[in-house]
Design a protein around this ligand. Structure first.
Ligand code: GLV
Ligand code: MN
Ligand code: MN
Length: 412
C-alpha cells in the first residue's frame, strides 16, 4: 500500500481555512468560540463528511471524525491537532496536523486499505491559551487532566466563563462527559510544524518527537498607586508599570541564567490601567509563559520568579500577586509509536532525527491516556506564531505520506 497524497488539494484546503480569519492576510487569527472559529469548524466538518467520515463533537467542542474499521469496537488509532490560532499567527500551526491528518485518511481510502481499527481525526478545542489563559483545554478534559469544575469557571478577559461561552457556541452537554475512557485510543500520532529551526538547519525533512517540554503559565497583578503625571513627585511614586518592568527583566534573567538552553520564559501580555499618557499606572497585569525540558529546572524557575516578585514588591512598595494557571509535567512519547514512525520513514527512505518538542501540544495530555508520538515537518526559519510562518507543500505532503503509512500500520 502506497498512500498517494493529493498535495494540490491539501494546499488549497490550507489556503481556504486561512481565509477564515479575523486578521488581514497573510496573518491568521482564530480565537476559540468566536464566530470565525465556529465558521472554520463548520467548514472543516463539511470536508470530513465529504470524505465519508462519521463526525461527532463533544461538549467542549472537540471534533471527532471517524473512519470506522472492520472491528468497530476495537480501540481507534487517532491523529489530529488544532485549528485555533493566536492573534496575528500563521496558517500552518495545528492546521497541517488537522488537514494533513484528513488527507492521510483520504489517501488511505483511495489506496484501498480497509483498516481493522478505526482511524479517527481529532480536532482539539482551544490548544491555544489566548481566550481562557490556559492552552490545551480540549485535551486536558479528554485526558482528565483538568476537572470539569475548574474548566467551567475559567473566564475570558471580558469575564465570560467558559461554561457560558461554550454553551452560547452550541456545545450544551456536561463537561463531565468529555473525558475519554481508558483504552479509547490504541495509539495517537500528531503531525505538526516544528516551530523551531533544527530540521531546516540540519537539512533533515522529518523529526520524530520523543519528549514534549514542561509548560507553566502565570498571571501576575501589580497594584501600585495612580495619580497625576505632572503633580506626583518622583520620590512619592508607586508606579505599577515600573515595578512590572523590573519584574519582566528579572523573569528574562532567571531563564537566561538557568544554565540550560532549554529554559525559556516569555512575558507575552501587559495590560496597563488606566492607560493614559498623563496618568501614573496604578495597575498592571502580566501573563508569563515558562517552558523547560526538565521539570525540576522549570519548577526552580517558578521559585526564582516568586522570589524576584517579593523583592520587587518590597523595594517599590507595591503589591504583586501571582496566580499559577498551569504547571504541567513533560511528556514522554511511547517507544512503540516512535518505532512505527521510524519504520515508515525507513520504508519511504526518508531521513529523520529524533527530537524534543519545546512547544507544547495536545499530545502532551493525550500521552496520559494513550501511547503517543509526534511527527515534525520543517517550517521556514523556524518561524511560528507569526504571519510569515511557512511550510513548503512538498514538506507537508512528505509528512502526510509518513503519517498515512504509520496510521495504516497501527490500524492493522
Ligand atoms: C503552543 O501553541 C505553544 O505555545 O507551545
Ligand atoms: Mn500555537
Ligand atoms: Mn500548535
Amino acid at each position: 500500500m502506497i498512500p498517494e497524497v493529493d498535495q494540490d488539494r491539501l494546499v488549497q484546503e490550507i489556503e481556504a481555512l486561512a481565509q477564515i480569519s479575523d486578521a488581514q492576510a497573510p496573518a491568521v487569527t482564530r480565537i476559540v468560540f468566536t464566530p470565525t472559529d465556529l465558521k472554520a469548524r463548520a467548514w472543516l466538518i463539511a470536508r470530513c463528511e465529504e470524505a465519508g467520515l462519521v463526525v461527532r463533537q463533544d461538549s467542549i467542542g472537540n471534533i471527532f471524525a471517524r473512519w470506522t474499521g472492520s472491528d468497530a469496537h476495537a480501540p481507534a488509532v487517532g491523529t489530529g491537532s488544532h485549528i485555533d490560532a493566536i492573534p496575528n499567527a500563521g496558517r500552518f500551526d495545528g492546521v497541517v496536523g488537522v488537514l494533513g491528518g484528513l488527507e492521510a485518511i483520504r489517501s488511505l481510502g483511495r489506496s484501498g486499505l480497509r483498516p481493522k481499527h478505526s482511524i479517527e481525526l481529532l480536532v482539539f478545542t482551544s490548544e491555544e491559551p489566548t481566550r481562557f489563559g490556559i492552552g490545551c483545554l480540549g485535551s486536558r478534559l479528554l485526558s482528565g487532566s483538568l476537572s470539569p469544575d475548574a474548566a467551567g469557571i475559567l473566564a475570558d478577559k471580558d469575564g465570560a466563563s467558559l461554561e457560558e461561552v461554550r454553551k452560547k457556541a452550541g456545545f450544551q452537554g456536561e463537561l463531565e462527559e468529555v473525558k475519554l475512557p481508558r483504552g479509547y485510543y490504541k495509539a495517537f500520532v500528531e503531525m505538526h510544524i516544528e516551530q523551531g529551526p533544527l530540521l531546516e538547519r540540519q537539512r533533515v525533512p522529518l523529526g520524530i518527537v520523543t519528549r514534549i517540554a514542561a509548560p507553566a503559565g502565570l498571571r501576575i497583578a501589580v497594584e501600585g498607586a495612580g495619580g497625576h503625571a505632572g503633580g506626583v513627585l518622583m520620590p512619592d511614586r508607586r508606579d505599577a508599570l515600573c515595578a512590572a518592568a523590573e519584574l519582566i527583566l528579572a523573569i528574562e534573567n532567571v531563564a537566561k541564567t538557568s544554565g540550560a538552553i532549554d529554559t525559556v520564559a516569555t512575558v507575552g501580555t501587559c495590560e496597563v490601567f488606566p492607560g493614559a499618557v498623563n496618568s501614573i499606572p496604578s495597575r498592571v497585569h502580566l501573563s508569563v509563559d515558562i517552558r523547560d525540558t526538565s521539570l525540576e529546572r522549570r519548577d526552580a524557575v517558578l521559585r526564582s520568579i516568586q522570589a524576584a516578585r517579593q523583592a520587587i514588591a518590597a523595594k517599590r512598595q507595591v503589591a504583586i500577586e501571582e496566580t499559577l494557571l498551569n504547571a504541567d509535567a513533560p511528556a514522554e512519547c511511547a517507544a512503540e509509536i516512535i518505532e512505527a514512525l521510524s519504520d515508515s520513514c525507513a520504508k519511504h527512505k526518508q531521513p529523520f532525527i529524533l527530537m524534543v518538542s519545546r512547544a507544547y501540544h495536545d499530545s502532551l495530555f493525550i500521552s496520559r491516556i494513550a501511547p503517543v508520538a509526534m511527527l515534525f515537518i520543517p517550517c521556514r526559519n523556524g518561524y511560528s506564531h507569526r504571519p510569515d510562518e511557512f511550510a513548503a507543500p512538498e514538506d507537508i505532503a512528505r509528512g502526510v505520506t509518513i503519517l498515512a503509512e504509520t496510521l495504516a500500520g497501527l490500524a492493522g
